[in-house]
Each structure stands twice: as structure tokens, then as C-alpha cells.
Design a protein around this ligand. Structure first.
Ligand code: NAD
Length: 257
């Protein structure tokens, strides 16, 4: 098993990438804390982990709130004794997020508060815990949109993921000598609730699919596999990196017929 004796905290663990990662990390021997605003989803993930013989706990946390982030880290240490892996994964893509002219200030603020401040708070309270454990791995979920502009505009989301990427680099450098590695997972377009709610018509879906060389949306479990590599000691010489797992979208100039 690749995460034996490790304790992992996953934000947004009730759905999508976080859910699949929680299941996989637990299978690989980690004790998992699922931190999410969605309690019902969290309990369902817990039940599935228990069914597969794993160990996990749920902690309600809104990552845009400092006190919640402080508490989720304290919960992990209290419940499982330490923290080794912090997966800052929760994020939103607001359905009213559009171009600069049409996007409201409240949509911008909400997106930044969750997608950017949430990662900052995760690190603010998680890094002292990782230090107490002698080091660890932080994975921040950014996106391929931090590399490419999208024809379907989502200005707040795109800006938020650029911020996650640059924050990841600085974190990696600052904490490299403390045995804390920090990498960004950059997923391509996935078949999860988050994107399917945004690309809510067949036309919008096709418009995105046309740009993906592989010709299909990615699956959350494919991101979980990448997160497992970043969390485990197999990636021990990797920090400050952008791990693109995107079906080739960022490599493409023209996609094959
Ligand atoms: P999802 O909507 O399936 O899951 C997101 C989870 O985050 C949900 O369980 C939700 O309850 C939780 N969450 C939302 N706001 C929260 C808050 N304030 N505090 C705590 N939890 C909160 O989405 P997903 O596709 O699994 O996305 C996970 C991450 O991957 C996000 O950061 C997203 O931006 C990123 N991402 C997704 C895609 C995609 O195509 N789906 C592509 C690139 C990046």
C-alpha cells in the first residue's frame, strides 16, 4: 500500500475528485479526513470507505472561513494523531460566472473566497500541523484554465485557478527545506457535477469536447490516481510543479479529427 501510516485531509471530499481520492487514499492505507460543507455526501463517502475496510472521518468545514479551516486541521490531529497529506481540493465554478462585463461582484468574491482564500487558509493552518509531523505533501487543485483561456468565459474561476498555481509555487519554495512538498494538480475538463452543471447544454459540452485530443471528458478517478502519486513518497523529489492531467488539451494547437 502506498499511503500506509499516513493521515490525509481532503477538502471537497464529499463529491467528484475529492470523493474518488478519499476512496483511493483509504484503499492505499491512509486514514482520511473528509472536510466539506456537504454533510450528507460526506457521510455517504464514509460509509463506502468503511465498507471497503478503510478508516475515515468527516468534518464539516466551509473552507472560506478561517475558523472552519483551523478546526478541520485540529480535528485531523485529534482524531488520527497527525497530518501528513493536505489536499486543498474544494472549489466552485459559479453558473453566473461569465465575462468581465457580465460577471457580478458577488460571484467574483464568492469564487475567490472559496477557490483562493480556501487554499490559503488550508495552508495557513495545515502547514504547522505538517511541521509537527516532520513534513508532508500539499496538493492544491488548480485547473487547465490556469494555462489556457476558455471560449466559454468564466473570468472569476479562471483568475482563481491562476492564483492557486502561483500560490503553489511560492509555498513550495518557502517550505522546501522543511520537508513539505507543494504541488498543483491541474485537471482537464472532467465529467463531474461541477463542470456538467456549467456546460449544461449538449452544445456547450460539444464546444469543449472539440478541444480535447482524447475526445472525451476525464473521470474523477483519473485525478485521484494523480493525487495519489503526489501524496505518496513516490513523488519525493517533486515540488512546485504543475501536474497537468488533461487529456492533452493544453498540448493541442489543432485536435485530431
Ligand atoms: P464537485 O462539485 O464534484 O466537488 C466539489 C466539492 O467541494 C463538493 O463536495 C462541495 O460540497 C465542496 N465545496 C464547495 N464549496 C465548499 C466550501 N466552501 N467549503 C468546503 N467544501 C466545499 O467538483 P470537482 O469537479 O470534484 O472539483 C474539485 C476541484 O477540481 C475544484 O477545485 C475544481 O475547481 C477543480 N477542477 C475541476 C474540473 C472539472 O472539470 N470538474 C477541472 C479542473 C479543476
Amino acid at each position: 500500500m502506498r499511503l500506509t501510516n499516513k493521515v490525509a485531509l481532503i477538502t471537497g471530499g464529499s463529491s467528484g475528485i475529492g470523493l474518488e481520492t478519499a476512496l483511493l487514499f483509504a484503499k492505499e492505507g491512509a486514514r482520511v479526513v473528509i472536510a466539506d460543507i456537504n454533510g450528507e455526501g460526506g457521510q455517504q463517502v464514509l460509509a463506502r470507505i468503511k465498507e471497503q475496510g478503510g478508516i475515515a472521518a468527516y468534518c464539516r468545514a466551509d473552507i472560506s472561513k478561517a475558523t472552519d479551516c483551523e478546526q478541520m486541521v485540529a480535528f485531523a490531529e485529534k482524531t488520527f494523531g497527525k497530518l501528513n497529506v493536505l489536499f486543498n481540493n474544494a472549489g466552485i465554478m459559479h453558473s453566473d460566472d461569465g465575462d468581465a462585463v457580465s460577471t457580478g461582484e458577488s460571484v467574483w468574491d464568492l469564487t475567490m473566497n472559496i477557490n483562493v482564500k480556501g487554499v490559503f487558509f488550508g495552508c495557513k493552518y495545515g502547514i504547522p500541523a505538517l511541521r509537527r509531523a516532520g513534513g508532508g505533501s500539499i496538493i492544491n487543485t488548480a485547473s487547465f484554465v490556469a494555462h489556457l483561456g476558455a471560449a466559454t468565459p468564466q473570468i472569476a474561476y479562471t483568475a482563481s485557478k491562476g492564483a492557486v498555481l502561483s500560490m503553489t509555487r511560492e509555498l513550495a519554495i518557502i517550505h522546501a527545506r522543511e520537508n513539505i512538498r507543494v504541488n498543483a494538480l491541474c485537471p482537464g475538463p472532467l465529467r463531474t457535477d461541477l463542470l456538467m452543471k456549467f456546460l449544461n447544454t449538449e452544445e456547450k459540452k460539444q464546444r469543449r469536447l472539440v478541444h480535447i485530443p482524447m475526445g472525451r471528458f476525464g473521470e474523477a478517478r483519473e485525478m485521484a490516481a494523480a493525487a495519489l502519486f503526489l501524496a505518496s513518497d513516490e513523488s519525493s523529489y517533486m515540488t512546485g510543479a504543475e501536474f497537468l492531467v488533461d487529456g492533452g488539451i493544453t498540448a493541442a494547437y489543432v485536435t485530431p479529427e
